[in-house]
Design a binder for this molecule. Structure first.
Ligand code: UD1
Length: 325
């Protein structure tokens, strides 16, 4: 058995949309995994699907990341050497009214997990961060990791604070860690693993089509070519591949890396393409006021992730939307 097969990876949030795709990728690569998820938003059905697909029993611990005893026991029981930490609260809107809870779950719990991980021989830690750490950039250029971070909501703030703790963990000799700053994650490897959140553009389009309700564009007066916001939509399967690459790295990684395509698409472009793929070109689309705090343009610089990490996204916006509609 190779050294990497002796490693056990604990995936927090492994019953979630992104975590389950990472679990899928790791299982396909022959890695030993244990899923740690409170099932607050995660779905047990995703773990059942993965078990069936990979013809294996998946080690699953139903626990909250704030439960230090359960987390410590998981590390010991499974001799965990690497952690992928996706479990988090992730609604920007909710974070505005629940700042303390977002800081507790996304920052303080992550900090304590890293302390416990250090004590128990974990050497690898891959953290799910977000483009929200960039806030509302003042220039319309690609966001660079070394550029300014200025979160404008507690969600982004909590992730940026946690990133610093991950860097701290990485500074211990022998440890390898990074924070991946996800841009707008879409797509799926299988309908069983689809995004079940109701707060992001693509699942909202799906939901609206299913219930024959109009789709709403939030704001059409932004300083962009068609007046709607531009985002960088990255496929969840590319996110999973980046994690596998980081998990297999035996050299130190940049402390934070953007995971995006490097290209922006407008809300209108996404909706038009989704409707075309779904075969619903005449679905009703309304325009409403922009949401407060929405940056006009946000897309990733991918120089660091490509040049120093050797990773490039494979899926186009069309590929991603085709996997969903
Ligand atoms: C934000 C966060 C991102 C986080 C995500 C999770 C920032 C910069 N980004 O992304 O890190 O992972 O929330 O919730 O804070 N839109 C419509 N109509 C709709 C829904 C959305 O026009 O019905 C528009 C939004 O105004 C936005 C774009 O679609 O311009 C994408 O929205 P959304 O999917 O909610 O993600 P972000 O707000 O970009």
């Amino acid at each position: 058995m190779s050294a990497s097969n002796n490693q056990c990876w604990l995936i927090t949030g492994g019953a979630g949309y992104i975590g389950s795709h990472i679990a899928d990728e790791f299982l396909t690569a022959g890695k030993n995994i244990v899923i740690y998820d409170s099932l607050y938003k995660g779905l047990k059905s995703r773990i059942d699907y993965l078990s069936k697909m990979h013809n294996t029993t998946i080690n699953f611990i139903e626990a909250d990341i704030r439960d230090e005893a359960a987390f410590t026991a998981a590390l010991k029981d499974f001799k965990v050497t690497g952690i992928v930490h996706t479990a988090a609260l992730k609604s920007v809107e909710e974070s505005m009214s629940k700042r303390d809870e977002y800081l507790e779950v996304n920052y303080h719990a992550t900090k304590r997990m890293l302390e416990i991980a250090k004590k128990h021989g974990v050497t690898h830690f891959i953290f799910s961060s977000t483009a929200a750490v960039y806030g509302n950039p003042s220039s319309f250029t690609a966001c660079e990791e070394a550029g300014p971070t200025n979160p404008i909501n507690p969600y982004g703030e909590s992730k940026l604070l946690a990133e610093a703790e991950v860097s701290n963990f990485a500074s211990v000799v022998g440890n390898i860690a990074t924070s991946f700053r996800f841009f707008n994650v879409i797509g799926t490897g299988n309908p069983e693993l689809l995004d079940n959140s109701t707060s992001n553009l693509v699942p909202i389009i799906q939901e609206k089509l299913k219930s024959h309700l109009p789709i709403t564009i939030f704001g059409s007066g932004y300083p962009t070519p068609d007046g709607t916001c531009i985002r960088d939509y990255v496929d969840v399967r590319d996110i999973a591949t980046a994690h596998l690459l980081a998990a297999n790295s035996n050299k130190q990684l940049p402390s934070a890396m953007n995971i995006g395509t490097g290209h922006g698409a407008s809300v209108k472009e996404v909706i038009d393409l989704a409707l075309q793929i779904a075969g619903e070109p005449n679905a009703q689309v309304l325009t409403a006021d922009g949401r407060s705090g929405d940056p006009a343009i946000l897309f990733a610089s991918v120089d660091l992730v490509e040049n120093s990490f050797g990773f490039k996204c494979r899926y186009s916006l069309e590929n991603s939307l085709r996997s969903v509609f």
